[in-house]
Design a protein around this ligand. Structure first.
Ligand SMILES: [Zn+2]
Length: 343
């Protein structure tokens, strides 16, 4: 079927259209229809969802006069994967940590960490461009100031830019002053490179304390973005085929996929991986778009469901001992002075 749903406006779905051939304007009837839609989303084989522009964060980033990442409306063609069920969750708008999003369609976000990288990021951007796939880049500040033209290109080509600290330390080992510096310097560097303020950060190694994530949200307006799909692409010996297999084996609707564009083997895996995910019916969104889709879906379900819907529990944040940290995930150190940028 070819119905068109605009997730930002379920309440705007017109009665009496071809998709909704009813003749009444009864509010109750429309609410009933909306409830059925929410309940039977998985059964809808193919429909269109238009992700709305992502609103500005509730807490503005500290930098003034800089717009948040623009998120143009994005057409999402739905094709529910066999056996998947639509999550019915009601995350609060105050939810600030995401490992995966509860969405009613096979929409996913692929993310690339630790760059930009002068060798691999440009060819990755080409792969994404020819497929019209938008990704999210969690970047290390010292790489941002070294290769700012790549950050600018990401934004020009519709990708989301996000913060991954300045030098990739274990944030749980830092006090607030050092934590501030790691986040603020990178925030400023990204703005300087592309004119866009990041909205999210990902802690190196996924390690962040409960109070720290709250602190960062309050001071920077950032959500903490983790992941539910880890292809272990940083592990040696690196193997493109295994990266592809692990991603395909674990990706579900709403998944946030972790990869690293500093590794050639990861980028080598992308053409086949992206094409296979697309062939399975997945549509790619930026992290901000995926979160927005979850929030709008949840608010629609809550508004139309006859009974309260339980809240999704906050995920447990892993704290990784330093001794177990994989050194491969640390971004390559390249002093900015070496290239004359004076940072
Ligand atoms: Zn990293």
């Amino acid at each position: 079927m070819g119905m068109t749903l605009r997730t930002s406006g379920f309440a705007d779905i017109p009665a009496g259209t071809e998709a909704f051939p009813c003749s009444t304007n009864s509010v109750n009837f429309r609410l009933f229809i909306l409830f059925l839609l929410a309940a039977f989303m998985p059964l809808i084989a193919a429909a269109d969802i238009q992700l709305p522009p992502v609103p500005a964060p509730a807490i503005a980033p500290p930098a003034t006069g800089v717009p948040a990442s623009p998120e143009p409306p994005m057409e999402i063609r739905r094709a529910i994967a066999v056996g998947e069920t639509a999550p019915v969750a009601a995350p609060s708008v105050t939810k600030i940590v995401f490992t995966r999003c509860a969405v009613p369609a096979p929409v996913i976000a692929i993310t690339f960490d630790d760059g930009p990288n002068p060798d691999h990021t440009p060819r990755l951007l080409e792969m994404l461009k020819v497929r019209n796939i938008k990704a999210t880049f969690f970047m290390v500040g010292r790489c941002v100031v070294t290769w700012p033209h790549l950050v600018k290109r990401m934004v020009e080509e519709g990708h989301e830019v996000a913060n991954h600290s300045w030098s990739h330390p274990l944030l749980t080992s830092l006090g607030n002053t050092s934590l501030d510096s790691q986040i603020q310097r990178t925030h400023d560097a990204i703005i300087k490179a592309c004119g866009i303020a990041p909205r999210h950060y990902r802690p190196p190694y996924g390690a962040i304390g409960m109070s720290q994530r709250k602190y960062i949200h309050e001071h920077f307006g950032y959500s903490t973005i983790l992941w539910d799909v880890d292809p272990l692409d940083w592990k040696t010996p690196r193997n493109s085929k295994k990266v592809q297999e692990r991603i395909l084996a674990n990706t579900k609707s709403g998944s946030i996929i972790l990869t690293h564009d500093i590794h050639g083997s990861t980028v080598d895996a992308m053409p086949a991986t992206l094409d296979a995910l697309t062939a399975r019916g997945y549509q790619f969104a930026t992290v901000s778009q995926l979160i927005e889709l979850e929030r709008e879906t949840a608010s629609t379900v809550v508004a139309t469901a006859p009974a309260p819907v339980p809240l999704t529990p906050e995920p447990t944040i892993p704290v990784v001992p330093m001794s177990t940290l994989p050194p491969e995930t640390v971004a390559p150190a390249q002093p900015a002075k070496a290239v004359g940028l004076g940072e």
